[in-house]
Design a protein around this ligand. Structure first.
Ligand code: ASP
Ligand code: MG
Length: 413
């Protein structure tokens, strides 16, 4: 029997009526002949509320206790979900991360999955049960509860789909799928039918909130077909899958905006082997996640180096830089805490020219100044002032016709 993993996000299980509705989806899949594993998030904004509760008591809560607390949200959902299925005449059993031995490392609040006990789940499925698993949580070797980072239920779902050899992993949310850009900012954004793992990964890493980046990495590594769709309607959503040749025909698939960014620049550091390594080792030790790095030589003696980070990492990054700047021979440090980053993403960039020109041209026309530029093979990102972020995104989206489905855009050579 084929296995289907269905993941329901917080909005899809926010109250009793919604849980019932989600349960109906599960029952439909069972009737279609699937063995179903459900992964559920905490209801509504419960995780945010738990975070607020913690911060009210302690502005700097111990991370172990944070995970212990936050994991309770998902634990409530899964038992309620199983109860709902029971009243509908279906046999269901709920599990916490620990109960299916979802083993992680011990990095609280951003743990990584090491392994999952598939046997326990298979056994229940083979007895005809629907298995409901609490997303976002695991345990380390010692049995401490860990969580996978905000939005981590997606990762639980895709990792389970991989481990169980599921036919597909459905991610149910409150929108119809993955959009060309955030429709809350650019109203004319359209739903994509299909997107490659690499594009989705860049989108997720550069601000598209729909999917947890680790989930997409898992999907790519273990070849899990991911289907992002709306829990409130039957429309086909967006399939995240391997790249197919037709995708090359679309130059830019999507655009993202990251609003809460900061930039630290180190001017005139010594141009010697090992300096960049020292700086980033120090930042890594401070657990700072670095988005983009730009370094240029300014003559044989000196170099300039700048990097972009999320604003929440700024205090830690500032301290790390302060600690090490003299050792690097740094002449001055400059910091901008008002940065936003606009990115365009598309595998078609590999085989088309003129993409950079079009992006920079659209920003110029909108009178938006570009602070710094970084690229990957399938992405171009521009840092801009936060107060111009929306204007910049809109300009870029219109330039690449992200208000139209891919098939209707003007063909480029
Ligand atoms: N409940 C967690 C969060 O809000 C995990 C998730 O929903 O994916 O981040
Ligand atoms: Mg989510």
């Amino acid at each position: 029997m084929a296995i289907l993993v269905q993941k329901f996000g917080g909005t899809s299980v926010a109250d009793a009526a919604k849980i019932r509705r989600a349960a109906e989806r599960v029952i439909k899949a069972v009737k279609d002949g699937y063995q179903v594993v459900v992964v559920a998030s905490a209801r509504g904004h419960q995780t945010d509320e738990l975070v607020a509760d913690a911060l009210e008591l302690n502005p700097n809560p111990p991370t172990r206790e944070m995970d212990q607390l936050l994991s309770t949200g998902e634990q409530q959902t899964v038992s309620l979900f199983a109860m709902a299925l029971d009243t509908m005449g279906y046999d269901a059993i709920s599990f916490t991360g620990g109960q299916i031995r979802l083993l992680t490392d011990s990095i609280y609040t951003k743990a990584r999955i090491k392994s999952i006990d598939a046997e326990r789940i298979h056994k229940q499925l083979d007895q005809g049960k629907i298995v409901i698993v609490a997303g976002f949580q695991g345990v380390d070797e010692l049995g401490n509860i860990t969580t996978l980072g905000r939005g981590g239920s997606d990762t639980t779902a895709v990792a389970l789909a991989a481990t169980l050899g599921a036919q597909e992993c459905e991610i149910y949310t409150d929108v119809d799928g993955v959009y060309t850009t955030d429709p809350r900012i650019f109203k004319k954004a359209v739903k994509m039918n299909v997107i490659s793992y690499d594009e989705m990964l860049e989108m997720a890493s550069f601000g598209a909130g729909v999917m947890h980046p680790r989930a997409v990495q898992f999907g790519k590594k273990y070849d899990v077909k991911i289907h992002v769709r709306n829990s409130m309607n039957e429309t086909e959503g967006t399939i995240i899958t391997h790249e197919v040749p037709q995708m090359e025909g679309v130059v830019v698939s999507g655009a993202t905006l990251q609003k809460d960014m900061a930039k630290i620049g180190l001017a005139g550091i010594d141009n010697v082997p090992g300096n960049a390594a020292k700086l980033f080792a120090r930042l890594a030790r401070a657990k700072v996640v670095v988005n983009d790095i730009i370094q240029t030589e300014i003559g044989p003696e000196k170099a300039n180096l700048a990097f972009l980070i999320g604003i929440s990492d700024l205090p830690a990054a500032k301290k790390a830089v302060d600690d090490i700047k003299d050792e690097l021979g740094c002449e001055s440090v400059f910091i901008r805490d008002d940065i936003a980053e606009v990115s365009v993403i598309g595998v078609g960039m590999r085989s088309h020219y003129g993409v950079a020109e079009k992006m920079f041209g659209s920003l110029a026309k909108a009178q938006v100044n570009i602070d710094s530029i970084t690229t990957s093979e399938i992405r171009i990102s521009c840092a801009v002032s936060r107060d111009e972020a929306e204007k910049a995104l809109e300009a870029v989206c219109l330039a690449f016709e992200l208000d139209k489905p891919a098939e209707q855009r003007e063909k480029t050579e």
